[in-house]
Design a protein around this ligand. Structure first.
Ligand SMILES: Nc1ncnc2c1ncn2[C@@H]1O[C@H](COP(=O)(O)OP(=O)(O)O)[C@@H](O)[C@H]1O
Ligand SMILES: [Mg+2]
Length: 249
């Protein structure tokens, strides 16, 4: 197990958004999360990389690093947690005044203070890997949504994370651009990246995932093999959700 999370809870004011979640992330495996809007999927990902601090929860990493959010957490702990994962956002979040390659090299230069020539070479390789070898010097507004999101993926990879987190990476894209982004993620799965992916792309989830987890109302309602959860769900709430996204009208 790469990471085991026990008793994760998060509230915003009075609103309990995550209610005592237990989740395990296996090394080299893909865990997909599905669930209705507002069920807490984004908050869960943000808690996993400390963009949000949980109210409670115990994180145990395979390397022995352990965090208990009911105890005192230091800045160092948060930084160490944050360094472990790379996040790909729904809305790309690229720097608009930086080129594709500058977006990818920024983190390693500024945050990690790595050797410039080495970082640049690595970034070129990553942009080539996501199919953007000939777009290195273009700005985000000169790229399609699919291309921008692929820069977003290269940017997260550039920090050499142990875990990749994707928050609905294709939901802001025009339908014809979704495939090119999903392909990049499938390629990463083949390379055995450890990944957690929030998605509404059910066919993709079925193909790429080792496990699928259905969330509703801040709880994990059901989890298991993709074929079970997506094709033969046991819980009524899972059935209803799948019905709704398969037959949106
Ligand atoms: N920073 C925040 N402040 C207050 N409420 C928030 C914040 N982030 C999320 N929420 C609330 O938490 C709930 C779950 O949100 P979210 O995790 O974004 O769900 P999902 O990604 O499944 O749509 C929603 O009701 C949302 O309004
Ligand atoms: Mg969300």
């Amino acid at each position: 197990m790469y990471l085991s999370v026990k008793g994760l809870a998060k509230s915003f004011g009075e609103q309990k958004v995550l209610k005592n979640i237990d989740v395990g992330i296996e090394k080299g495996k893909v865990l997909s999360i599905i669930g209705p809007s507002g069920s807490g999927k984004t908050t869960l990902l943000r808690c996993l990389n400390a963009l949000e601090q949980p109210n409670s929860g115990i994180y145990s990493f395979e390397d022995g690093f352990k965090l208990d959010f009911e105890q005192k957490i230091t800045k160092q702990d948060i930084l160490r947690l944050r360094r472990k994962s790379g996040m790909v956002f729904q809305s790309y979040n690229l720097f608009p005044h930086k080129t594709a390659i500058e977006n990818v090299t920024e983190g390693p230069y500024i945050v990690q203070k790595r050797n410039k020539a080495e970082v640049k070479e690595h970034a070129e390789g990553l942009l080539e890997k996501v199919g953007l070898k000939d777009k290195l010097n273009l700005y985000p507004h000169q790229l399609s949504g699919g291309q921008q999101q692929r820069v977003g993926i290269a940017r997260a990879l550039a920090m050499e994370p142990e875990l990749m987190l994707f928050d609905e990476p294709t939901s802001a894209l025009d339908p014809e651009l979704i495939g090119e982004v999903l392909k990049v993620i499938k390629d990463l799965a083949k390379e055995n990246w450890t990944m957690v992916i929030v998605t509404h792309e059910l066919q993709f989830a079925e193909e790429v995932s080792d496990e699928v987890l259905f969330m509703d109302g801040g709880y994990i309602v059901e989890q298991g093999h993709p074929k079970e959860v997506l094709r033969a769900p046991k819980e009524e709430r899972t059935k209803q959700f799948l019905q709704r996204i398969l037959n949106p009208l």
